[in-house]
Ligand binder design. Structure first.
Ligand code: FES
Length: 121
C-alpha cells in the first residue's frame, strides 16, 4: 500500500502476468485485443500503449473510479476487472467499458530503471 492506495502489480514470467494478491494473465491475444480497441468508442479514451510502458506489464491502482471499491481481476464482460459494488466493467487495460465508473483505473507514476526492476511512485 502506497499513499493509501492498493497497487496491483503485474510482472512477467515467461510472458504471463500475475496480479498480487490475485493472479491474472495478460496474454499476447489480450494485448492485441486491447491495442485494437478504437479509443473513440471509450468513455475515457486512452490507448493501451499510453497505459502500459511495456505491453507485458500493466500497473494500475486497484480502486474503482466510481466509489472506490476494489474490482475483481479476470472478471466482467471485457475479461479485465469487474467491480461488483455497482457493476463497473473494465477491460484488460483497466479502461472503463460499462457501468457507472466515470474513468479508467488509474495508472500510477512508475518506471523501469533496470530490466528486472519496477519502481512505483
Ligand atoms: S464502486 Fe465500483 S461500481 Fe461503484
Amino acid at each position: 500500500m502506497i499513499n493509501g492506495n492498493i497497487f496491483w502489480l503485474y510482472f512477467v514470467i515467461r510472458r504471463r502476468f500475475y496480479l498480487l494478491p490475485c493472479t491474472h494473465c495478460r496474454t499476447e491475444d489480450e494485448i492485441a485485443k486491447e491495442v485494437a480497441v478504437d479509443i473513440a468508442t471509450l468513455r475515457d479514451p486512452e490507448a493501451d500503449a499510453d497505459r502500459a510502458q511495456k505491453p507485458e506489464y500493466l500497473v494500475i491502482i486497484g480502486v474503482c473510479t466510481h466509489l472506490g471499491c476494489v474490482p475483481i481481476a479476470n472478471a466482467g464482460d471485457f475479461g479485465g476487472y469487474y467491480c461488483p459494488c455497482h457493476g463497473s466493467h473494465y477491460d484488460c487495460s483497466g479502461r472503463i467499458r460499462k457501468g457507472p465508473a466515470p474513468l479508467n483505473l488509474e495508472v500510477p507514476v512508475y518506471e523501469f530503471p533496470e530490466e528486472n526492476l519496477l519502481v512505483v511512485g
